[in-house]
Write a protein that binds this ligand. Structure first.
Ligand SMILES: NC(=O)c1ccc[n+]([C@@H]2O[C@H](COP(=O)([O-])OP(=O)(O)OC[C@H]3O[C@@H](n4cnc5c(N)ncnc54)[C@H](O)[C@@H]3O)[C@@H](O)[C@H]2O)c1
Length: 307
């Protein structure tokens, strides 16, 4: 895999807007970019990952970003491109932030380590990790294949494993704590397959991998607690990103047995949340406002669990 540095600016740290505390607040008060906190975000080229990068940038946090910028074969909607990644870089820089963005695959531990190595060399440290990259080959032409099942396990589960395996030794070595946030799904909380009309191997792989992330999160949370490193998982309901705003999903939403869409039927009067609704929680989970919250699973589900 050839890596490309898409962009890296040297804007100063933003003024403080957050509460006092050890993590996100210190960088904002120093005004010195070399002291600024640094977040590593996977799946940063678009959707929630881009939104997280922008929210961190506005909080004065530098971003190390990674995205595959290409297609996984079993996915029947368009995935991101290098143009998307370039747009993320441009938006972060326009917001006054700093970002080092790389093309790479979370399934490949070397890709993750390499991006982190260069990012830490550029920004001097690592404080927050957002394991966000994911795919959703649950419907569409290839959904009922073993390849879809395997791709879900490889990207969603092994990808998050690789992200944390590459990150936590850096946090431990620094000795300054940290916060790791994993992106789960309501598919981890309740069954997506409600009838056999909804059966696909990809859907089962997506659900099983997201559910396994809860276990991974708790294991790392337990083992890293003594180092002041917190680990939490967030479970969004449907989020308005290209993962669901595409022809594959629109066709499914129009034709599915309503019973099989219940996992993402919300109680609050909205059919989906916005990326910023998840970003606000992610940034909060990295701030000292949540300093004693670890091993948690938090839903941003507009009440979907109630339905
Ligand atoms: N959109 C939703 O409705 C929804 C709901 C619940 C959970 N999620 C989860 O949220 C996370 C973010 O998804 P999104 O909604 O922003 O979708 P998205 O498709 O817009 O963004 C996902 C990003 O991850 C990247 N990616 C995929 N595989 C990768 C790999 N192997 N290596 C590196 N990067 C890779 C993609 O290229 C893309 O840029 C995913 O984990 C997804 O499962 C999404």
């Amino acid at each position: 895999m050839v890596y490309v540095i898409i962009g890296m600016s040297t804007h100063p740290t933003l003024e403080p807007t957050a509460p006092e505390g050890r993590h996100m607040s210190e960088d904002r008060t120093s005004g010195n970019p070399s002291d600024a906190k640094v977040a590593f975000i996977t799946g940063v080229a678009r959707g929630q990952g881009r939104s997280h990068a922008l929210h961190f940038a506005r909080a004065g946090v530098a971003v190390i970003g990674l995205d595959i910028c290409g297609q996984v074969d079993s996915v029947d909607y368009p995935m991101s491109s290098e143009l998307d990644l370039a747009d993320t870089v441009a938006e972060v820089e326009a917001a006054g932030g700093r970002i080092l963005a790389r093309v790479g695959d979370v399934r490949n531990l070397d890709d993750v380590k390499s991006a982190l190595r260069d990012g830490v060399a550029a920004f001097g440290r690592l404080d927050y990790v957002v394991a966000n990259a994911g795919i959703m080959p649950i419907w569409g032409r290839y959904a009922n294949t073993m390849q879809s099942w395997q791709d879900c396990l490889d990207v969603i589960l092994t990808g998050v494993l690789n992200t944390i395996e590459a990150s936590y030794p850096i946090l431990v070595e620094q000795g300054a704590g940290g916060s790791i946030v994993i992106t789960g799904s309501m598919a981890a909380v309740q069954p997506m397959m409600r009838t056999l009309d909804g059966h696909t191997l990809g859907l089962l792989g997506y659900s099983a991998a997201k559910a396994a992330l809860v276990n991974l999160s708790e294991n790392y949370a337990s083992a890293l607690a003594g180092h002041g490193i917190r680990v939490n998982i967030v479970h969004p309901t449907g989020v308005a990103t290209p993962m669901i705003e595409n022809d594959m999903c629109r066709s499914r939403f129009d034709n599915a047995n309503p019973e099989d869409l219940k996992t993402i039927v919300n109680a609050l009067p909205t059919d989906k949340v916005q990326p910023r609704d998840v970003s606000e929680l992610v940034v909060w989970l990295c701030s000292d406002r949540s300093r004693y919250l670890t091993g948690g699973a938090i839903r941003v589900d507009a009440g979907a669990k109630l339905r």
